[in-house]
Design a protein around this ligand. Sequence first.
Ligand code: NAD
Length: 253
Amino acid sequence: MILDKFNLAGKVAIVTGCSTGLGQGMAIALAEAGADIVGVDYVEATETAARVRGLGRRFLEIEADLLSIAPIPGIIEQAVTNFGKIDILVNNAGIIRRAEVLEFSEKDWDDVLNINLKTVFFFSQAAARQFIKQGTGGKIINIASMLSFQGGIRVPSYTASKSGVAGITRAMANELAPHGINVNAIAPGYMVTNNTAPLRADEKRYTEITARIPAGRWGQPADLQGAVVFLASAASDYVHGAILPVDGGWLAR
Ligand code: NAD
């Protein structure tokens, strides 16, 4: 029956950047749907751990700095040692740096591209190798952005990284689909998290953005929960390389 296809009981999901914001919301959604969670972050994920365990699911906390790809093999190994396998990877950890194009620094370029794009590619590669080794197939869900489609203002490295995320989502989907691996992305609109705090503090930009959202409000982490469970579940087995906007209609406008 169709609702059974959304059930994630017995699945193991790695969620990066799970301590707060969208990553926390998605980790909780996957746990509500039945999955055990491997939560990766460079800060403690105390609240997420408590909420996942409160749902009766297991939560393995791994502290790692994803600015570098060095921790990735160890994360996969710890997940498999503790939970026996992995089924789902959510590449959520990401950062943004704001400065005008004429002032933009090399560090703000490299840091953002490293975590938002390079780590996403190599984490997905490592997960895909593990899925193939297991012979199970698997689900990879990247977190794209409106700036996978648009240019943005004062965030050139973020735009480059998220446009790249859309590209590698499609590229990896093409090569991994024959292995029973689905690679897709969610493109959140303007969401209320730490990432957008400076934008929301700028009254002019906040008002302009809000007025352009057909739904008339910014998104909350809970708004991604349906999309992530869908893309993590058997309900999306024939969906490959899609970039699913969850944006209150922003792109439709
Ligand atoms: P956030 O800043 O609230 O959360 C980011 C998470 O990533 C945090 O848990 C943080 O600790 C973790 N993180 C940051 N640097 C890390 C590092 N070096 N190593 C490991 N973990 C690290 O932001 P958010 O809005 O929840 O962002 C989550 C994802 O969603 C990002 O990829 C972001 O680009 C994307 N996104 C956000 C919005 C939005 O409007 N908030 C819109 C589109 C896409």
